[in-house]
Design a protein around this ligand. Structure first.
Ligand SMILES: [Zn+2]
Ligand SMILES: [Zn+2]
Length: 154
């Protein structure tokens, strides 16, 4: 399983291989030492039970979507269709815009799910079964506040 540990101080994402994760990592952004408590389930890639960064046990599932990729497809589609539009080929222009949107949808549908920690936003990628529920805004509000108080951000 691949972890993306989130630095509590500067929010930098730090990739760690759970199978041989060290007891602590150093943040490349701010130099802070971040202790990791990697559970057996995380090491064996069988499930996400406890967050190694904040030791929280509340997670949610979201699509592993890179917004930059989707945006690039839409922008390229818009540029090409603008060219056709310029030459009076409206129908082709609309067709290209529609297919750019469609490509986005297809890409989105094929994405794998990633598990995210409610408190510190660390991410967990691997072949383990996804058991966490979908994102809930109220839960996020409560848990993020609790975590930020604990690490002294508020
Ligand atoms: Zn940092
Ligand atoms: Zn966490």
């Amino acid at each position: 399983m691949q972890l993306l540990a989130r630095c509590p101080k500067c929010d930098a994402g730090l990739p760690v291989d759970a199978a041989d994760a060290p007891a602590a990592i150093k943040c490349g952004g701010c130099g802070r030492d971040i202790p990791l408590t990697v559970s057996d389930a995380l090491r064996a890639d069988t499930g996400v039970d406890r967050c190694p960064v904040c030791e929280g046990t509340d997670f949610y599932i979201r699509k592993d979507f890179d917004p930059k990729v989707g945006l690039t497809v839409v922008i390229i589609g818009a540029l090409i269709s603008a060219t056709f539009y310029w030459f009076g080929r409206d129908l082709i222009a609309y067709g290209i815009l529609a297919s750019a949107a469609l490509i986005d949808l297809v890409v989105y549908g094929r994405l794998k799910d990633v598990t995210v920690c409610y408190r510190c936003h660390s991410e967990f990628r691997g072949s383990y079964p996804r058991t966490a529920p979908a994102f809930d805004l109220h839960t996020a509000d409560v848990l993020e506040l609790e975590y930020e108080r604990r690490i002294g951000r508020r």
